[in-house]
Design a protein around this ligand. Structure first.
Ligand SMILES: [Zn+2]
Length: 274
């Protein structure tokens, strides 16, 4: 499952290649799971629209569209296996392709998704009451320290589970929750509402640092991702605890432990994290 850095990497890569171009036509597979808006509505909204910007909100890729007074957003959720590829039209369409947008620059933007947990939808934003897509929770890279602390007030769940709750903070998944808690020195099972302000302040900074670092590393593999097949190279990111069960902690050499919190495997150092 791609997390915030992977989604941001893809969004930035796609933006660099397609912004300013007009969608001339669209083909859709019409598989019901994939289309949260109907293929007809998506086709009607996208055809003839100019791509103003491609960016990330939470774990969703948002394509801002404009067409003669109408503004809309095309939302792409990658799910488990979704990929957004910018391809030359003569490159064969891969299996499990669900949407092909033909662009004025001559290339195609393709959505490919083998397991079909990904979702495509549109949102019109031209009416006065319409709000642009803001995601299910707060943005981890932008949230202020007081707002971050307030998110966890009174919560009885373990902090690890609270970090994965997308309606609180969106975009953080299993990898960056574990890595953020390690860097902040906090045990994953601690009750979220009982963490001190200082601990939550450290956690916010640790999350921002690890997410930004991952975005920087991801940036180097963007062209591979967009032009070919997958987040190749991205996992060069050096995890300090995630999937390092039994290996020595990079700070104190104690073996990294694995436990289950909220149904998810969780990795931590029993000495560095208290
Ligand atoms: Zn340690």
């Amino acid at each position: 499952m791609p997390e915030l850095p992977e989604v941001e990497t893809v969004a930035n890569g796609v933006h660099a290649r397609v912004h300013g171009q007009t969608i001339q036509s669209i083909w859709t597979s019409n598989k019901p799971q994939t289309f949260k808006s109907t293929p007809e509505v998506i086709s009607e909204t996208l055809t003839g629209s100019r791509i103003e910007r491609v960016h990330r909100v939470g774990k969703t890729i948002v394509v801002d569209l404009k067409r003669s007074g109408m503004e809309a957003q095309f939302l792409v959720h990658l799910g488990m296996t979704g990929r957004l590829l910018v391809s030359e039209p003569d490159v064969p369409i891969p299996p499990h392709t669900h949407a092909v947008l033909s662009l004025s620059g001559g290339r195609e933007l393709r959505f490919v998704d083998a397991r079909r947990f990904g979702r495509l939808s549109v949102l019109t934003t031209h009416e006065e009451d319409d709000q642009p897509y803001s995601g299910p929770g707060k943005e981890p890279l932008l949230i202020s320290p007081p707002d971050f602390i307030a998110l966890f007030r009174g919560r009885k769940t373990p902090i690890k589970a609270a970090l994965l709750n997308q309606s609180l903070l969106h975009g953080v998944g299993n990898i960056y929750a574990d890595e953020g808690l390690f860097r902040a020195g906090i045990r994953p099972k601690r009750q979220a509402g009982r963490l001190t302000r200082a601990e939550l302040g450290r956690l916010r900074e640790a999350l921002i640092t690890v997410l930004k670092h991952a975005i920087e590393l991801g940036g180097s593999s963007v062209s591979d991702y967009v032009d070919a097949d997958g987040v190749r190279g991205f996992f060069q990111l050096e995890h300090r605890v995630y999937m390092r069960t039994g290996q020595p902690c990079l700070v104190c050499s104690t073996p990294i432990k694995k436990i289950v919190v909220g149904g998810r495997s969780t990795h931590f150092c029993p000495v560095c994290q208290q």
